[in-house]
Design a protein around this ligand. Structure first.
Ligand code: AMP
Length: 189
């Protein structure tokens, strides 16, 4: 199986590039943000809990996210592989992912770090908020999410370097150019 972690700050293009990876390599896609937004839309208990954190730009507690991830992963059954989009976001989640995959005879094949400068992230997210109306894409919440990214999520770069899974992808340029670099990185593993 080809198990890809697509990593990057909010607004780095993880969702857009994930769709292309899914189309080209036939992987199953787990976007933890999409899972949570669907729960909110359906008015579930999980959705109610998640909304409080998302609206504040904070992360949902690790134990909850890890349970959600395992149940979505197991729902795929036979699969060519999975793209993890928006997970892991903390060291505890990365360790849990490693454990969950190894219990299933699997591992992360590669971690792709979509690297985009901060001013560009801000511009993209504000535009996305205007276009899509996503509630957490407002300036105040974006700033919090970027702080959370730097303090809780960015340490995963060194964690995956240590695992020898890390690939840097320059996240600026055309969508096609970035996708070509992603394909090179995937095909090198
Ligand atoms: P995203 O769509 O990936 O930007 O996620 C939107 C929001 O959902 C984040 O700001 C978090 O509040 C929450 N979220 C998504 N994935 C995770 C995760 N792996 N761990 C904790 N919170 C998450």
């Amino acid at each position: 199986m080809l198990n890809v972690v697509i990593f990057g700050a909010p607004g780095s293009g993880k969702g857009t590039q994930s769709e292309r990876i899914v189309a080209k390599y036939g992987l199953n896609h787990i976007s933890t943000g999409d899972v949570l937004r669907a729960e909110i839309k359906n008015g579930t208990e999980l959705g109610k809990t998640a909304k409080g954190y998302i609206d504040q730009g904070q992360l949902i507690p690790d134990e909850l996210m890890i349970d959600i991830l395992a149940s979505v992963f197991d729902s795929f059954g036979e699969s060519k592989g999975v793209i993890f989009d928006g997970f892991p976001r903390t060291i505890a989640q990365a360790e849990a992912l490693k454990k969950m995959l190894s219990e299933r005879g699997q591992e992360v094949s590669v971690m792709l770090d979509l690297d985009v400068p901060e001013d560009e992230l801000m511009t993209r997210l504000i535009k996305r908020g205007q276009d899509s109306g996503r509630a957490d894409d407002n300036e105040e919440t974006i700033k919090k999410r970027l702080q959370v990214y730097h303090s809780q999520t960015a340490p995963l770069i060194d964690w995956y370097k240590n695992e020898k899974k890390y690939r840097h992808i320059k996240g600026l340029g055309t969508m096609e150019g970035i996708f070509a670099d992603i394909c090179d990185a995937i095909e090198s593993v």
